[in-house]
Design a binder for this molecule. Structure first.
Ligand code: GLU
Length: 509
């Protein structure tokens, strides 16, 4: 019987979530849902020095915003908890000791000063940054170099120590990556990573293996930046005797800068003027602020859709896909091997398509919040819904709704009469005076009857309709934009239409 699929997103809560991080969650989530499996959120917080207030809450909020609800997490609980590594502290030592007993790890007593010294005295041209590895371990103070009695004495007298993995000197570690195929590493360049720290906390390397095993994770998808750590993890799976339960790996390619080469960074976003984090983030240590896609005005549907397509497609050419469609179509073997260049214009296109595709009801709360933030009072939700229906085709990001719909709620402060003036003449001036009592007398103040009234009077006065629409638009809207002008007139109502015509005529006189 095949095992139930279980994947995990295992972030270290050290700051805002970069879009590469969110894409990693998304691919995990899509894979789990596609296969009827479980999606676990595990907080990897074993490095207490890197604790950042608010970072964990940010992760929960971000997953909720994107619609990726974990089945098991520090908040939801679950059968394999606790889901915060700091709360699992007591479970790791036993495995580190087991590795020592098996000859795959050792105690190391070197002080910070001694490690510093090692880096200085063994620095040569061939080895510019010496590491604690097979070449140097026998020159250091550890249980491989000290006698058994001395080791026992040091430990029992409370001298601080760490446990390090003993990387084999020349061994090729192979594994099969679901995206990259066969991957192999020679262990000779990998250092003896610390597994258990002075304070008894595991490092990431030990904790990730112990927890993936304990939580019965079947597939581990993570960013390509973790590829160099893979040989350490694979050897740990082997040394702990768990090879049969090792998850299948997939290292996801990087999201690259739009220009040049290399990983997309927060700095690229600042430089080129686009967000790189999912949501706003202010680093509590530095007060450094980073804008998020959410606050920039992206819909989560668009953000998720755009991320899914950054490095994957289903081969059909269809780009606009809902979460349900992504779940149905996702497969890891269609994830590209190479990195995907981030393109903010394309990201905006996804948002525009999603705004177009969304119903006014779906957009209502988001738009209302934006309008209210800009001092526009929305007192009638049905009115708002009809405005959204009229202007959504013209909006790329949510804040565009302010400019595109403000004039439905407020008389424009400025009317761009300068754009009317060049073609303005007596005939038009008379027309806009005469149309007022006609509009005032309309029983049915609908777009169709306003248009008919305009046409009839225009014909009677021998003026082309095309000559009247632009000035009328500017009178109502303030500028040369907006949806169909007769729809605008009907929506703002008779009184407001007449008021705006009059105001413009006064300015044009
Ligand atoms: N804690 C690691 C991170 O912050 C997780 C890497 C992994 O998924 O193995 O990205």
């Amino acid at each position: 019987m095949s095992k139930k699929v279980r994947v995990r997103f295992a972030p270290s809560p050290t700051g805002g979530l970069h879009l590469g991080g969110v894409r990693t969650v998304l691919y995990n989530f899509l894979f789990a849902r596609h296969n009827g499996g479980d999606f676990v959120l595990r907080i990897e917080d074993t490095d207490q020095n890197r604790f950042v207030a608010g970072a964990e809450e940010y992760i929960f909020e971000c997953l909720a915003w994107c619609g990726m609800k974990p089945d098991e997490s520090p908040v939801a609980g679950g059968p394999y908890g606790p889901y915060r590594q700091s709360e699992r502290k007591s479970s790791y030592r036993e495995y580190a000791e087991k590795l020592v007993a098996g000859g795959h790890a050792y105690y190391a007593f070197d002080t910070t000063a001694e490690l510093e010294e090692m880096r200085t005295i063994y620095k040569t041209e061939q080895n510019p940054s010496p590491q604690y590895d097979h070449q140097l371990r026998m020159k250091m103070r550890n249980s491989l170099t000290l006698g058994e009695d001395e080791v026992t004495r040091l430990i029992s007298s409370g001298v601080p120590y760490v446990i390090r993995i003993k990387m084999p000197e020349q061994e090729t570690v192979h594994f099969s990556d679901m995206i990259r195929g066969e991957v192999s590493f020679n262990t000779s360049t990998v250092d003896d990573k610390v597994l258990l720290k002075h304070d008894g906390m595991p490092t990431y390397h030990l904790a990730v293996v112990v927890d993936d095993y304990a939580m019965k994770i079947t597939h581990a998808f993570r960013g390509e930046e973790w590829l160099p750590s893979a040989p350490v993890h694979i050897l740990l799976w082997k040394y702990l005797g768990w090879m049969d339960d090792m998850p299948q790996w997939a290292h996801l390619p990087l999201i690259l800068k739009p220009d040049g080469n290399g990983k997309l960074s927060k700095r690229d976003g600042d430089r080129l003027g686009f967000p790189v984090f999912a949501m706003n983030w202010t680093d509590p240590r530095t007060n450094d602020f980073t804008q998020g896609f959410r606050e920039r005005g992206f819909l989560p549907e668009a953000f998720v859709n755009m991320l899914a397509m950054l490095g994957w497609n289903d081969g059909s050419g269809q780009e606009i896909l809902s979460m349900d469609e992504l779940i149905q179509r996702f497969s890891i073997d269609r994830v590209h091997k190479g990195g995907a260049k981030f393109d903010f214009e394309k990201a905006k296109w996804f948002n525009q398509e999603w705004i177009k595709k969304s119903t006014p009801e779906r957009l209502k709360n988001d738009v209302k919040a934006i309008l209210e933030k800009n001092g526009i009072v929305v007192s009638d939700d049905n009115y708002l819904l009809s405005v959204i229906g009229m202007v959504k085709e013209r909006c790329t990001l949510l804040p565009d709704f302010t400019e595109q719909s403000k004039f439905f709620f407020q008389t424009p402060e400025i009317i761009d009469t300068e754009s009317i003036r060049p073609k303005w003449n007596m005939d038009k001036s008379v027309f806009f005076k005469e149309i007022q009592p006609v509009l005032a007398g309309l029983q049915d103040y609908s777009a169709a009857s306003i248009e008919t009234a305009f046409k009839d009077l225009a014909t009677a006065r021998s003026i082309k309709m095309g000559e009247l629409q632009l000035p009328f638009r500017i009178m109502l809207v303030g500028g040369k934009f907006g949806p169909a002008v007769f729809d605008i007139a009907a929506t703002i109502g008779k009184e407001e239409t007449l008021l705006r015509i009059n105001r413009a005529l006064e300015q044009l006189a």
